[in-house]
Write a protein that binds this ligand. Structure first.
Ligand code: GTP
Ligand code: MG
Length: 196
């Protein structure tokens, strides 16, 4: 269980993030996939990260410090259709700069909507991660919205579609911000990485 979770700072410039003195884990994925909700669920803090039914809520690189031990980062989503080309360019510069330069980044959680068939934009993003040696863990979100067997079907379809991108099947978790499904598993993974 997480004991303390504190908001630190929001940034557009990866170089202005907090000094990289603690292991860091970031949450990314399509707009509206549930990144901010997952952060609130994991930390057990309802209003910690701002959530919204409207995609495009999170616009900045947001740092939180957890148990004074590691950094948790909420990132703006990709693939929001209403964003202009200039803004997409800005997103690329900001996020891809952050992901490739942040030296204390242990892993990024790439969130995938468990209700959907494999989406091209998610596959393109994880391909970019593989090419740039950004270590990823997959999280299939919103598992409360459909039956266990449908979730399993979508998970295995996604892993099949991602075959060839990675040498080994990436680690993955299935979560729900509503029921807190997956909380222990995700936090155990983070503990294991931060312990050694
Ligand atoms: P951006 O910041 O816009 O990129 O979105 P985000 O990925 O941070 O999504 P956010 O957490 O704001 O959630 C988007 C919507 O999905 C909200 O209406 C949430 O209540 C809903 N939602 C998120 N996670 C879950 C979940 O596990 N189950 C259900 N039923 N709804 C969820
Ligand atoms: Mg958000």
């Amino acid at each position: 269980m997480i004991k303390t979770a504190k908001f630190l700072v929001s940034n557009t410039d990866p170089n202005k993030c907090p000094a990289p003195t603690k292991p860091e884990f970031a949450f990314i994925g399509r707009s509206n996939v549930g990144k901010s909700s997952l952060i609130n669920m994991l930390t057990n803090h309802k209003g910690l990260a701002k959530t919204s039914g409207r995609p495009g809520k999170t616009q900045l690189i947001n740092h939180f410090v957890i148990d004074e031990k590691w950094f948790m980062v909420d990132l703006p989503g990709y693939g929001f259709a209403k964003v202009s080309k200039t803004l997409k360019g800005e997103w690329d510069k900001m996020i891809k700069g952050y992901l490739t330069q942040r030296e204390n980044l242990e892993a990024i959680f790439v969130l995938i909507d468990s209700r959907l068939e494999p989406q091209k934009i998610d596959l393109e993003f994880i391909l970019w991660c593989a090419e740039n040696e950004v270590p990823i863990v997959l999280i299939f979100t919103k598992a409360d919205k459909l039956s266990h067997s449908k979730v399993q079907g979508n998970v295995s379809n996604f892993l099949k579609a991602a075959k060839g991108i990675f040498e080994e099947t990436p680690l993955y978790f299935v979560t729900s911000a509503e029921s807190a499904k997956g909380r222990e598993e995700v936090l155990e993974f983070i503990d294991a990485v931060t312990e050694d």
